[in-house]
Design a protein around this ligand. Sequence first.
Ligand SMILES: [Fe+2]
Ligand SMILES: [Fe+2]
Length: 379
Amino acid sequence: MLNWEDPFTAAAPAAKAHEAPQAADVASEAEAGSAGSHAPEPVLNVEPVNPDDKRVVNGMTDINQLAPFKYPWAWDYFLNANKNHWTPLDINMSQDVHDYHHNLTLEERHVYTNVLSYLTTSDILAMRNIGLAVMEKMTAPELQIYQARQVYEESLHTWTYQHCIETIGLDQSEIYNRYRVVPAINNKIQIANRRLDTVLRSDINLHNRDDLENFLMAYIFFAGIFEGCWFYNGFSPIFALQRRGLMKGTAEQLQYIMRDEVLHASFGIRVAKQIMIEENITPDPKAMKDMWEEAEAAEQGYANYILRDPILGYSAQDHSEQFRYIANRRANKLGLEEPYPGAENALPWLDEQANLRKEKNFFETRVTEYQTGGALNWD
Ligand SMILES: [Fe+2]
Ligand SMILES: [Fe+2]
């Protein structure tokens, strides 16, 4: 049974309210006062925070005062995020165990394990980036509130992959170490580390234009490419299996994750755009072009590795073309030039497949009962 008593009460009983302070106590307080620890002067006539004074970065308003909002949309993201509740334990994985060991081909197992290996490493990185590099630099609390939720969601995603890996009975040390030994996975992680590590410091001065530009580029990479393209695209090989009736439990887990990730990417893009407006800064087009090219080459290498032998209904070409198509969507949202004009939607089924509708749930689980996010905007 829980003990609700204050544990400190028993160890050091507080003086009773009616007991007058002893003369010795009063004397020692007076001594402390004369040593310099003055009580703070009461502050009078302090105006509430004016929302117009808030800034995404470099703001000077009180970070502990939530409202009035300057960015009410950020609060809406937080409310929307809270409509997508699940834990990996809510989803039945028993058919996946059977599928993996009896129904998947060797090529499909290769796809499945490498996708999990890439995603789980990436989600740890995402959690650290948003929590340690981005959130602390925000100067409006309504932005930090959603990012705090995002940190939690990234850790929930890591739990979900771990649950799949454990349930299927995969070799954990081998799967988790794969990003170090498979060059095509390692390359994506190294790019992310290089682009994000430069802002994973607390001594950055965002009043300095070079530091600010570097921070903006890192945030655009994180929201627009790392989450917006690589993650978004990263789930589709498993959805292709799901379409054929395979690994449906894992796919359902990924549908929940994807729902979070769509919000993460669009929130980050919105924050990046707001920084551009408030700080009067635009990314260098040449630097953006280089960023897209590097990301595309890495994604192509990754697709060629995980799909070196094509599986039914999904190919490396599909994966790479879809990356380019999604990249254009993200660039449009950022108000930047499309990197791949004319790229085609190679997976027209993806948006619908990714959408988690109650009637599409394959298992009657507890999730559907408290799933209330039917009205989320998916773009
Ligand atoms: Fe995530
Ligand atoms: Fe994310």
